[in-house]
Design a protein around this ligand. Structure first.
Ligand SMILES: NC(=O)c1ccc[n+]([C@@H]2O[C@H](COP(=O)([O-])OP(=O)(O)OC[C@H]3O[C@@H](n4cnc5c(N)ncnc54)[C@H](O)[C@@H]3O)[C@@H](O)[C@H]2O)c1
Length: 418
């Protein structure tokens, strides 16, 4: 075991309090919400809640008042009561302290995610946090410890877990179509050079990090396929970054201030010996992809631009496009059967964002366990810190903490409660 592993395992000791696996809380027929952070993402997500019954928006909080006023106007245009507005830097604390709010929906930049979430849970609020939920191992543990102590829900808003095809593939996998999954690949490959990282300061913090700063879109759906902390657990990671290469037409991506490396590649191994390759690249001129790849003992799937599937009986040929389409349609996830049309109409990213928010509210209203729990948030977010540690230490293997403290095989499969 490496030094890094020893350090990270300090929490892997006897649990102090009960776990929050499949946590059930009091049903909330009306979910009273507050939004903290109403920038690009917060505004987009807010729209979903106009189309979900049994939601009251009580408070809006952003240090840029114009962002709140824009959303307040939308509320009024939809004949909803006005929300209270909070514009000071630390006003989110006042929002969390209010007794008439059930759920704090956090869409600030990543630096405040865990801090706000911990404070909110300590004030008896459920929390939904944009990705990544945490930046460091300490923040990951803070989320887990606080959720366990307060018995509040803490969900990371990993929308890619609700993608139409990813959900159909999860369905197929849970029905045994792929056999034993042996190897998976995922990524966040998104040409974001137009954001002009340095000059416009968009995502500058992110660009000063090493390793993989944005792992959860690729990793989340893969962990669900493997049943991470539902019969298996992430064990260790090795991470490698390229150097930082210049892109002449985008002077923002320069050697001088940025340390990320253009492409980061990590290999994660699970306790049961499965492997995941995870990549991050936001500076190459190439089409968006989460580079999904699933290799099982009975079938194979990959999704770069379009989904392709091959089966064990004829492994050298992909199913035809029509057969693939039919297979996916026949295994359409129930979420899309019931809410697919609405989701595609009102939500971004092909409907997956709406489905995620709809499910969050549905589970809270019915007192059900959420689809993703605080252990998912910690396991997927901790890769930010651990990939960087591995890169900095020369691509050594780094242990991944067991955030369940030994209870990773108490559940045997991922369940979505109805
Ligand atoms: N899941 C997805 O597909 C997806 C897509 C985009 C962004 N994101 C995530 O969403 C988060 C927000 O991203 P964004 O693009 O909206 O960024 P943004 O900068 O546009 O918005 C962040 C907002 O937080 C506000 N804010 C900052 N400090 C605050 C404070 N102390 N109190 C109240 N408000 C504060 C800012 O004023 C700003 O309006 C990030 O964590 C990002 O990773 C997720």
């Amino acid at each position: 075991m490496t030094d890094s592993q020893n350090k990270l395992d300090v929490h892997d000791v006897k649990p102090l309090v009960d776990d929050v696996l499949q946590l059930r809380c009091e049903p909330l027929p009306v979910v009273r919400m507050a939004f903290v952070g109403l920038g690009k993402r917060g505004k987009q997500s807010f729209q979903h809640f106009l189309h979900i019954d049994g939601v009251e928006v009580k408070a809006l909080c952003d240090v840029v008042p114009a962002n709140m006023h824009e959303i307040q106007n939308v509320l009024l245009q939809h004949n909803k009561p006005a929300a209270d507005l909070y514009a000071e830097h630390d006003d989110w604390k006042i929002v969390c302290e209010r007794v008439d709010i059930d759920l704090i929906y956090i869409c600030t930049d990543r630096s405040k995610h865990a801090e706000i979430a911990v404070y909110a849970m300590k004030h008896n609020k459920h929390v939904a946090i944009e990705v990544p939920a945490a930046n460091t191992i300490e923040e990951c543990w803070a989320l887990v410890d606080t959720a366990e102590q307060t018995r509040r829900h803490c969900i990371m808003l990993e929308n890619c877990c609700y993608d139409y095809e990813e959900l159909a593939l999860l369905n197929l996998s849970q029905a045994g179509f792929f056999g034993d999954i042996v190897h998976l690949e995922g990524a966040y490959i998104h040409d974001l050079r137009f954001l002009d990282f340095e000059n416009k300061r968009h995502y500058l913090d992110l660009w000063k990090m090493n390793g993989n700063p944005y792992p959860t879109h690729g990793l989340g759906p893969l962990c669900q396929l493997l049943g991470i902390h539902r019969g298996d657990r992430l064990h260790s990671i090795v991470s490698v970054s390229t150097g930082q290469f210049n892109f002449p037409e985008h002077s923002a991506v320069s050697h001088s201030t940025l340390t990320l490396g253009n492409v980061n590649t990590s290999i994660i191994k699970t306790h049961k010996g499965k492997t995941i390759v995870l990549q991050h690249d936001v500076s190459s001129p190439r089409p968006y992809t989460r580079n999904y790849l699933l290799s099982g003992s009975r079938a194979y799937a990959e999704k770069r631009d379009e989904l392709k599937i091959a089966v064990s009986e004829n492994p050298s040929r992909y199913l035809t496009a029509d057969d693939t389409k039919k297979l996916v349609a026949d295994n359409e996830h129930p979420f899309y059967k019931t809410k697919g049309d609405l989701a595609r109409n009102v939500g971004a990213h092909g409907g997956m964002d709406f489905i995620m928010d709809y499910r969050l509210i549905y589970c809270l209203q019915n007192g059900l366990p959420l689809d993703m729990d605080v252990y998912d948030a910690a396991e997927w977010s901790c890769i930010v810190d651990l990939s960087a540690k591995s890169v900095i230490e020369g691509s050594v293997s780094v242990g991944i903490p067991d955030f369940t403290r030994g209870r990773w095989d108490k559940l045997q499969k991922l369940e979505f409660f109805q």
